[in-house]
Design a binder for this molecule. Structure first.
Ligand code: FAD
Length: 464
């Protein structure tokens, strides 16, 4: 039986990052993974979707190549080649993580991890099991797609994100249930490749956790590309017919509508992976379906931590990794700043992209802030004109009128996901409205919109 300072169950971006950080800080670390290190993010989430989105975006751009003075003929999309490129990227990154784990002397244990007691974890594989003694345990088992009981989920006509990522044909029509980030990203890809796409969202706007203006602007932009959105609409029934799927949806005015499509994508959310790891017997506290944790990701059992998707929303890879690093530092008794839940950036990788950090205007007002808003249209930014994309976009900054504190920053436009990290940093460093507007951003870049938007809080943007 081996003894570890830290044993981690689950090798996704939460678990493998915690493992590497743990050994870097001098801990002996075992990492149990039953499938492939990299987790959902690398194999079924962030990376494969963004690889498909990149090819899709290039395809869209090639069709507009004349505008840029480039003559192309017969532009067409080879979706199998999109997938081939996607697999090459995933494989490359997967071997990169395997190499890093080896280099950092993490003991990778293949199999399913099951906690027997707060200091013992069994690793089971192929009918065999091996016990490990551990001083600390991190549960980083992630999440899987939510499929409600009673849905005729067959993985052929009715798909989850796991299934659609393996689909190499373009369906003539696709109905997507759920207008969150995952739903709209797939809507963007399949619409651009020729599917007739409809998105059903039960809330009054898509991307319901974002600032409403931004969700609204994305809906308008994607509607122009011929994606149909039905908001305030809930799923009632799905039936698989001979050549199509028949979906009955109910609007919030009580009316129902029947929608026919070749395929349906279920993108209604994700559920934590809490089976198989012995959590039931440990009597851990839960918050709904998710493991309840404190600000140090400590569960109700001392010495057992939970990080990433299994510990609750927002379900984001970079948050899982940050939580993993925090726990590794705490166990190694090394300083690390606490996680500020108000400065976690989020991005939706459609074209245009949506990026945000901090509170939405609605949330800030609900909290009682006297908000002062600055807006700047991306069309007035010279780099946006040079790029030739995202002209319909904008930046919206939400500040506290009395202190100038930045409460939230939201953008829609070309590649704005690349920009939002610097606003997360500004908020973590408690920069004020005035300090950001006085910062010098390089010209011509998209980042200039930050200075403009913060000047706009005082009604004094330069280029509008
Ligand atoms: P996971 O990545 O889910 O990894 C958990 C690992 O634990 C898995 O490898 C699993 O095999 C293993 N495991 C589970 N139980 C056991 C057990 N008992 N024993 C051993 N191993 C076990 N997030 C972003 O930040 N940006 C994005 O662009 C983005 N895009 C996404 C697109 C899609 C389609 C999806 C589905 C998700 C996306 N996400 C994105 C979310 C992101 O993938 C997750 O937030 C992230 O993977 C969570 O990391 P994790 O370490 O908590 O768990």
């Amino acid at each position: 039986m081996k003894t570890y300072d830290l044993l981690i169950i689950g090798g996704g971006p939460g678990g493998y990052v915690a493992a590497i950080k743990g050994t870097q800080l001098g801990l002996s670390v075992g990492l149990v993974e039953r499938d492939k290190v990299g987790g959902v993010c690398l194999h079924k989430g962030c990376i494969p979707t963004k690889a498909l989105i990149q090819s899709t975006h290039l395809y869209e751009l090639c069709k507009r190549s004349k505008e840029y003075g480039i003559v192309t003929e017969g532009v067409s999309a080879d979706f199998s080649a999109f997938h081939k490129r996607k697999r090459t990227i995933v494989t490359k990154l997967f071997s990169g993580i395997e190499h890093l784990l080896k280099k950092n002397k993490v003991d990778t244990l293949n199999g399913t991890g099951q906690i027997i007691s707060p200091d013992k974890v069994l690793v089971k594989e192929g009918g065999k099991s091996k016990g490990n003694i551990c001083k600390n345990i991190i549960v980083a088992t992630g999440s899987s797609p939510m499929v409600f009981d009673g849905l005729p989920y067959d993985q052929k006509s009715i798909l989850t994100s796991d299934d659609i990522l393996e689909l190499e044909e373009i369906p003539s029509s696709l109905l997507i249930i759920g207008g969150g980030a995952i739903g709209v990203e797939f809507a963007y890809v399949y619409n651009a490749l020729g599917s007739k796409v409809t998105v059903v969202e039960m809330m009054d706007e898509i991307l319901p956790t974002n600032d409403k203006d931004v969700g609204n602007a994305l809906r308008k932009s994607l509607t122009k590309k011929d994606i149909k959105f039905l908001t305030k609409t809930d799923l009632s029934l799905i039936e698989i017919k001979e050549n199509s799927v028949e979906t009955t949806v109910k609007k919030n005015d009580g009316n129902t509508e029947i929608l026919q499509s070749e395929k349906v994508l279920l993108a209604m959310g994700r559920k934590p992976e809490t089976k198989d790891s012995g959590l039931e017997e440990l009597n851990l506290e839960f918050n709904g379906r998710f493991i309840n944790v404190d600000e140090n990701m400590q569960t109700s059992q001392p010495g057992i931590y939970a990080i990433g998707d299994v510990s609750g929303p927002p379900l984001l890879a970079h948050l899982a990794s940050a939580q993993g690093m925090l726990v590794a530092h705490n166990i190694a008794d090394k300083d690390f700043p606490p996680i500020n839940n108000n400065t976690i950036p989020g991005v939706t990788y459609t074209n245009p992209q949506v990026a945000g950090v901090g509170m939405s205007q609605e949330a800030a007002e609900l909290e009682g802030y006297d908000v002062k808003i600055g807006r700047f249209p991306l069309m007035a930014n010279s780099k946006t004109q040079i790029i030739g994309e995202g002209e319909e976009g904008f930046i919206k900054v939400i500040t506290d009128a009395s202190s100038g504190e930045i409460l939230g920053v939201h953008l829609i436009g070309h590649e704005v996901g690349e920009l939002i990290g610097c606003m997360s940093l500004a908020m973590n460093l408690e920069a004020t409205n005035l300090e950001v507007s006085a910062n010098i951003f390089p010209h011509p870049t998209l980042s200039e919109v930050f200075a403009e938007a913060f000047h706009a809080v005082e009604g004094k943007a330069i280029h509008i």
